[in-house]
Design a protein around this ligand. Structure first.
Ligand code: ATR
Length: 279
């Protein structure tokens, strides 16, 4: 029987098995997807020996995305751009890696706001870490014209600009209000607002009311930041859609079927998130 897994350390919290096993059942595929705890010291061995293991591929989560990239000989252009891999598969017996975080964000946005066009638009990204890089790259690929970045550590904004060019610019306290008033998309890519962490502290009174406001955090399903945006009339997008859509390509690579993200799947995972919270 074909088997795939998600590796991380710890891995207990991962919702990937719920997603992939839902699809395996839905498409009648006789295969399994499981959680596999892999310690940091064992990551390289796990990846290098994947072709000789019981698994045909894996997803990669915290803290292994960068070390898997280092271990993989054949990472594609998107993974190289990010220096991080979240999806591993075998092709002609060789271990290959890619990264679907950016496409997951775009697909989630398109799913919820099909009429929203990114071409030539201005986006504002909060955060400048790995998730920000994935989303900035994907937005530029979609033809976004300008991307302003707000981040606690200024050097990381300059790093993004160095990598992606002058379409990416720094937003500071002096320019924030003007830029928020003129943007069409605002995305929190930091972990602020996640259960157990303080909410994102960003003043959005001046925000263009037509701008879509997105968060990559999905625990809770709607962060305090998104609730604030929704209350002032903004269209909002929670992080769970990105989690579901980033899973699509891995499933297709391993099992040969492009799976559909449905409302039923969304509700299944959302219920699990809410259940854990109530425990
Ligand atoms: P990921 O790969 O999930 O994006 P990361 O690379 O560690 O994680 O990046 C986390 C981002 O969240 C960074 O932009 C970080 O800001 P710094 O670059 O200043 O470290 C931001 N972040 C995390 N916690 C934060 C906090 N409490 N206040 C402000 N920014 C925070």
């Amino acid at each position: 029987m074909k088997k795939a897994c998600v590796i991380g350390w710890p891995i207990e919290h991962s919702r990937s098995p719920l997603i992939h096993n839902y699809w395996l059942k839905k498409y009648g595929i006789d295969a399994a997807y499981e959680k596999k705890p892999v310690e940091p010291k064992d990551v390289s061995n796990f990846i290098v020996n994947l072709a000789h293991s019981e698994f045909i591929g894996c997803n990669v989560t915290i803290p292994h995305k960068e070390s898997v990239f280092e271990a993989i000989g054949e990472a594609d252009e998107i993974a190289r751009r990010l220096g991080a891999v979240n999806t591993v598969y075998l092709k002609n017996g060789k271990v290959r890696g890619t990264n679907t975080d950016g496409e997951g964000f775009i697909a989630s946005l398109r799913y919820s706001y099909p009429a929203f066009s990114l071409k030539g638009k201005t986006a504002i990204i909060v955060g400048a870490g790995g998730a920000a890089k994935a989303i900035v790259g994907a937005l530029l690929d979609e033809g976004v014209g300008r991307i302003g970045v707000i981040n606690r550590t200024r050097e990381r904004i300059l790093g993004l600009r160095g990598q992606f060019g002058s379409h990416v610019f720094e937003i500071n306290e002096d320019t924030a209000n003007d830029e928020l008033g003129n943007c069409e998309l605002l995305v929190n890519t930091t972990s602020q607002g996640m259960h157990g962490q303080p909410p994102l502290d960003l003043e959005i009174q001046s925000l263009n009311r037509d701008a879509v406001v997105a968060d990559i955090v999905y625990t809770p399903l709607e962060t305090v930041f998104l609730e604030k945006a929704r209350n002032q009339g903004s269209p909002v997008l929670g992080g769970l859609g990105m989690l579901l859509h980033q899973a699509v390509r891995g499933f297709e690579l391993w099992f040969g079927v492009k799976p559909e993200v449905t409302k039923e799947l969304y509700e299944l995972v959302a219920a699990d998130i809410q259940k854990v919270r109530k425990q």
